[in-house]
Design a binder for this molecule. Structure first.
Ligand code: SAH
Length: 249
């Protein structure tokens, strides 16, 4: 197995593949002013196994296209959706987020939790804007500094891994610069990282190692996951995912 297949094998067993929470997705839906009052067309980009897709499908009268690069995740999403009787409202589509299959001005909302960093926040929000109808909603979560000053170790790590990390006010400015009106912002709580993401993942690591005979590649992946968790646990006061809800102008 190559590294991507190994990562898929580790993460597909999880309810979510990044920090988040059902209540937080609901809060973003509320901030966006979306309800069952009308039927909607929504895309969930970098959907993973569908944590946010399922909340959207349960809450709204919506036809949802769930897009991800990894077919394994989409298979699991399909099973979860069918298991809840929501399958009819969700189409899965295996594609890259920089090559999306939508018609211009065809979507009421674009959702993307913990995924836009794969192409970068600024590139992503620019590229996706044309798929939204006028007044359409963008709801994305993105790595965000919670304060202006940070410990060097944290700064240096993210400067290397994701230099686009910035404060919420800077991210809101990027949205405004690219034709969106911000409607709401909140930071994900520590519970979204630890209880919903890292702790369940940590419980899987020993079985993951055993399943792949403690190979060098698997041990390297586990070491990286543990280092990332430790960094978050030590510095959770300074960094989180910000959830940004904005309207296309
Ligand atoms: N939204 C999900 C998954 C977040 S993890 C959740 O919150 O649980 C990031 C997701 O982005 C993964 O599922 C990964 O497969 C997907 N991804 C990575 N690069 C991508 C790309 N270029 N295009 C589409 N999806 C991508």
């Amino acid at each position: 197995m190559n590294d991507v297949a190994l990562l898929a094998d580790l993460h597909r067993r999880q309810e979510r593949q990044g920090p988040g929470g059902d209540a937080e997705t609901q809060l973003a839906i509320t901030l966006a002013g979306l309800s069952r009052a009308r039927s909607l067309r929504i895309a969930d980009i970098g959907c993973g196994t569908g944590a946010s897709t399922l909340v959207l499908a349960r809450t709204l009268d919506a036809d949802i296209t769930a897009v991800d690069l990894l077919p394994e995740f989409l298979e699991d999403l399909r099973q979860r959706a069918d298991g809840e009787g929501l399958g009819r409202r969700i189409v899965t589509h295996c594609a890259s987020m920089n090559d999306l299959p939508f018609e211009p001005a065809s979507l009421d909302a674009i959702w993307s939790e913990g995924a836009i960093y794969n192409i970068g926040f600024e590139t992503g929000i620019q590229a996706w804007r044309r798929f939204l109808k006028p007044g359409g909603i963008l709801a994305v979560s993105e790595l965000t500094w919670l304060s202006n000053e940070r410990p060097d170790e944290l700064d240096e790590h993210w400067a290397k891994e994701y230099p686009e990390v910035a404060t919420a006010s800077a991210k809101l400015g990027v949205l405004e610069a690219h034709g969106y009106s911000p409607i709401g912002y909140f930071a994900l709580s520590e519970r979204c990282w630890m209880d919903n993401y890292y702790l369940p993942l940590r419980e899987q690591l020993d079985a993951f190692l055993a399943r792949h005979d403690n190979s060098d590649a698997v041990r390297a992946i586990v070491a990286l996951e543990r280092a990332e968790m430790s960094l978050y646990e030590r510095f959770s006061a300074f960094v989180s995912y910000g959830y940004y809800v904005a309207r296309k102008q």
